[in-house]
Design a protein around this ligand. Structure first.
Ligand SMILES: Cc1cc2nc3c(=O)[nH]c(=O)nc-3n(C[C@H](O)[C@H](O)[C@H](O)COP(=O)(O)OP(=O)(O)OC[C@H]3O[C@@H](n4cnc5c(N)ncnc54)[C@H](O)[C@@H]3O)c2cc1C
Length: 567
């Protein structure tokens, strides 16, 4: 066992983790651990936009109203206020670091309206969007006091007497076991799209940090709210971003009908993601899917607006990218064919409960980014608001953790917990049970898709919960085929599977209890939003081998009281 010490350890080197590191390393010694190299973090796949609003002279109310309306009024409005207030100064800071934002021909920053929003305030970063954000932040950190632990897997949090004292980790490269002691820990491990078989998320999105924080006593919040993006490529899950619909791409069923008119007469293809996804899935379920399986996005008619848009390099890049993705992964030509798409899991609104400074209920433990739930996204995230959440709340968590670490003592770590964790990993490595990892994972994904996917109901969810519990039992008798210590991906998959199982149980439990339709959570048996009984957050507490304890908490409402949905 190797022991390391830092003031702060950050788990996750995506956008939220790097943003937290960039501020906290000014005053404290920071270690940042990531199971992949930072530039391979899931953030880099975001190519749409980052919502930085408002600019001076713009009214922040419009952006806040849109975000809250999109979140179906489950948003904590103090958190939304923070995003609206700090957006523009954050844009300036990012520019100062060297991030180049796309410009209009007159030199002003290019803004656009993401799907579902009417404000033209999303800001587009040049070239690879989030890739540029990640690379620039990493470059900035290379000249600062930060130690990177790349290809290390965080396995548990060390918490005693309600205070977080560090983490345990496994070096994927050589199998060495680490204890990283710290005064404060920031979790920034992203979402858990891999709970579902169809997702735009990368393979590493398994919710590890959320699950280990949960097992260490942190509350999880609003886990039943999972966003499905309307347009991922059929067969591969690769995202065809909102830009395709923003610029006029239509959705068509097997009869060639532009069906979104039925489900969202006002906004049609640009209604919130949950509305478009549900409309598409209904078409497929009711037999109007192309080949019974998918919907076509029609980009053929775009030629005219496309040519106009070609003046702006961003749009040219995007269309070239759509054309290439469609050709490579769906074997179709966007000038001649419909591109086959289906809804796929895209974003997790719930996560580790934090306040607007990233603080959790465990002292010394902070969280930011997709793994966390400040309540800012409500029941459904608006396009381009995730990257904003990462930079604004990543920075806040970094600042607050540094403040805390400067005053806190480095406490002893709980030796018995460390030994237990070490034994657990050894037992997994030596496991010879009858059940394969992929067998359980495939079964889990199937159950989650069928029972806790786009459409949910009492019987399905009860059945899903029972089956997930059966899989949790099977997990105790798994087999890790590879016994080596060097790049043992089987062992990593096993640890990830345990995390996926715990988070799946929370999703189903939250969905089973919430008897209404709100945002991305759609109950066929309770198809209306019910503010009288359900305008509240779900809170999950870990309960060992028993099912999690579920409580509820008030939503912070300020200037935007709930209004009926309209699209
Ligand atoms: C295809 C796609 C396109 C998107 N486009 C947009 C967009 O245009 N605009 C927008 O606002 N949002 C977009 N989103 C959402 C947005 O990209 C994510 O919400 C955001 O990038 C999450 O960043 P993060 O820093 O929280 O986590 P991630 O970027 O997922 O980083 C997680 C980090 O945690 C590390 N990690 C995880 N588990 C462990 C472990 N056990 N041990 C050690 N390290 C660990 C990983 O290595 C990684 O470094 C998109 C999402 C997808 C799927």
């Amino acid at each position: 066992m190797i022991t390391k010490v830092h003031d702060i350890v950050i788990v996750g080197a995506g956008l939220a983790g790097l943003r937290a590191a960039e501020v906290s390393c000014e005053t404290t010694d920071v270690g940042i651990i990531s199971k992949v190299y930072p530039v391979r973090s899931h953030t880099v796949s975001a190519t749409g936009a980052v919502h930085i609003s408002p600019a001076p002279g713009e009214n922040p109310e419009e952006y806040m109203r849109e975000t809250i309306k999109g979140g179906d009024y489950l948003n904590d409005q103090d958190a939304v206020e923070v995003m609206a207030e700090e957006g523009f100064s954050e844009l300036i800071r990012l520019e100062d670091m060297g991030i180049v934002f796309h410009r209009n021909i007159d030199g002003t920053i290019l803004r656009a309206s993401p799907g579902g929003m009417t404000t033209r305030t999303a800001t587009i970063v040049s070239s690879g969007c989030a890739q540029e954000l990640v690379c620039t932040l990493q470059e900035q950190l290379s000249k600062k006091r930060v130690t990177f632990y790349n290809e290390y897997f965080a396995t548990s949090l060390l918490v005693e007497d309600g205070i977080c004292r560090g983490i345990t980790a496994y070096d994927i490269k050589d199998g060495e076991f680490y204890v990283i002691r710290a005064k404060a820990v920031i979790i920034a491990t992203g979402g858990w799209g891999r709970v579902y078989p169809v997702t735009s998320n990368s393979h590493i999105c398994t919710g590890d940090g959320t699950a280990i924080a949960f097992r260490a006593g942190a509350f999880l919040k609003d886990m039943e709210f999972v966003q499905f993006h309307p347009t991922v490529l059929y067969g591969s899950g690769i995202l065809i971003s909102e830009t395709a619909r923003v610029l006029g791409g239509y959705l068509r069923n097997a009869q060639g009908e532009r069906f979104m008119q039925k489900y969202a007469p006002r906004f049609r293809e640009l209604a919130p993601r949950d509305v478009v996804s549900q409309g598409m899935q209904r078409e497929i379920d009711e037999g109007r899917g192309i080949e019974g399986k998918y919907i076509g996005i029609d980009l053929r008619k775009l030629k005219r607006s496309w040519r106009r848009a070609m003046n702006v390099p961003f749009f040219k890049q995007r269309f070239d990218a759509f054309a290439e993705l469609a050709q490579t992964f769906a074997f179709v030509d966007i000038d001649k064919d419909l591109v086959p798409v289906i809804p796929g899991e895209h974003f997790t609104m719930g996560g580790i409960k934090t306040n607007i400074w990233g603080e959790t209920n465990v002292k010394g433990l902070f969280a930011a980014g997709e793994c966390a739930c400040t309540g800012v996204q409500g029941a459904n995230r608006e396009g381009a608001n995730a990257l904003t959440e990462c930079v604004i709340f990543g920075r806040r968590a970094g600042l607050r953790a540094a403040e805390y670490a400067k005053k806190a003592q480095l406490l002893n770590f709980p030796n018995d917990q460390v030994k237990r964790e070490q034994k657990k990993i050894e037992a997994l490595l030596n496991s010879e049970g009858p059940y394969g990892i992929s067998e359980i994972r495939n079964e889990l994904q199937e159950i989650m898709w069928n029972t806790a996917g786009l459409f949910r109901n009492q019987d399905g969810l009860e059945n899903g919960l029972k089956k997930v519990n059966e899989l949790k039992q099977k997990f105790k008798e798994i087999q890790v085929g590879d016994k080596s210590k060097i790049f043992n991906t089987a062992l990593i998959y096993a640890m990830e599977l345990e995390n996926l199982l715990d988070l799946s149980e929370c999703i189903i439990l939250g969905a089973l209890n919430r008897k209404e339709h709100r945002g991305a959570h759609y109950r066929e048996d309770y198809p209306q939003r019910d503010d009288r009984n359900w305008l509240k957050h779900s809170l999950f507490t870990y309960n060992g081998d028993e099912k999690p304890v579920l409580n509820y908490e008030e939503v912070t409402i300020k200037n935007f009281p709930p209004k009926p949905r309209e699209y």
